[in-house]
Design a binder for this molecule. Structure first.
Ligand SMILES: Nc1ncnc2c1ncn2[C@@H]1O[C@H](COP(=O)(O)OP(=O)(O)OP(=O)(O)O)[C@@H](O)[C@H]1O
Ligand SMILES: [Mg+2]
Length: 298
């Protein structure tokens, strides 16, 4: 079942198109990774989804309801974590967590609250004005994950968290997923997206330029090969799907488009393979290819 859907969603700021006819689909129990460079339009899309900005054209719905008109209903069932959390300076972290929980209308689940505070090694007794960026982020994350909502909208939620806390965050996402919750996660940490997300949408200049399941996207990527052969390899340059060939002493390193892997391996094997290492394609490779230069071939 689709929980969140945008259809040709567009947002203009004056003449500037920050979000350009994007289509996103987040299904029940799915973690959707929303990635793209600075200024691509991720936060603008998310603000439209939260009903904080009105779409210029197109449509966006959550739980089948209109994000602009039905914001009150929708917000009872979602939790939002921004990348830069502003808090009430004179309340303690604990008070703010409780406040968020009450605003969402649920009863305070003390046990879950304590567990999360422990997991994030957070001291809830201090006034918010004294918290560092990472600690403000923790307030917002604890308040989100303590809530029993159906959809989490997280816009670079781990900015400022140290690696240990980043891991705690990932555990929380995986737990929410196991419980059947859905998550829209915008992130610059590609390893995080790769680990957590079922589906990914890559946005650039307001347009979704690539989207699909992690498996589908992997097909678009390249496998890194390192190979040593008994005889020198010839005629490699004439093959299709080969990139970044480098020779170092006896080793040859190259990248191969996944669809051409079979042909390339067969070709190489004629020269007597002495050593072969392959590294799986990563989301980072794909991402970089889209962002380097004009996003064209390397
Ligand atoms: N209120 C606004 N008025 C005018 N332009 C805006 C406004 N908000 C955002 N923009 C522009 O829209 C574009 C998209 O911004 P957005 O904040 O959505 O990017 P982002 O993908 O979240 O980037 P980042 O990774 O840096 O958070 C940017 O060019 C930005 O300058
Ligand atoms: Mg942003």
């Amino acid at each position: 079942m689709t929980l969140l859907k945008t259809e040709n969603l567009t947002k203009m700021f004056g003449h500037f198109k920050a979000v350009d006819e994007i289509n996103i689909d987040v299904k029940e129990g799915e973690v959707y990774g929303f990635i793209g460079p600075n200024g691509a339009g991720k936060s603008t899309t998310i603000r439209v989804l939260l009903g904080m900005l009105k779409a210029t054209s197109g449509h966006a719905s959550i739980f089948g309801k209109d994000v602009w008109k039905d914001a009150v209903d929708i917000h009872k069932r979602i939790a939002y974590v921004p990348g830069d959390v502003n808090l009430w300076p004179n309340l303690t972290g604990g008070e703010v967590i409780d406040l968020f929980m009450k605003l969402r209308g649920g009863s305070v689940n003390k046990q879950k609250r304590e567990e999360l505070i422990q997991k994030f090694s957070f001291d809830p007794s201090k006034k918010c004005r004294t918290y560092s960026k990472g600690n403000r982020q923790k307030v917002s994350l604890i308040a989100a994950f303590v809530s029993d909502v159906d959809l989490y909208i997280l816009d670079e939620p781990t900015s400022g968290l140290d690696p240990l806390m980043e891991r705690t965050f990932q555990e929380c996402v995986m737990k929410a997923k196991v419980e059947g919750k859905s998550i829209l996660l915008s992130s610059h940490i590609l390893s995080e997206v790769e680990r957590l997300c079922d589906c990914v949408g890559i946005i650039r200049d307001g347009k979704i330029i690539e989207s699909g399941s992690m498996d589908e996207l992997r097909h678009l990527t390249r496998t890194n090969l390192k190979v040593e052969t008994k005889q020198p390899i010839t005629a490699l340059d004439e093959m299709t799907g080969i990139h970044n060939v480098e020779r170092k002493e006896h080793m040859l390193s190259l990248q191969v488009d996944t669809e051409n892997l079979d042909d390339v391996i067969r070709h190489i094997s004629q020269f007597g393979v002495a050593k072969l290492e392959s590294a799986p394609p990563t989301l980072e490779d794909l991402f970089m290819r889209h962002y380097e230069g004009d996003g064209g071939e390397s």
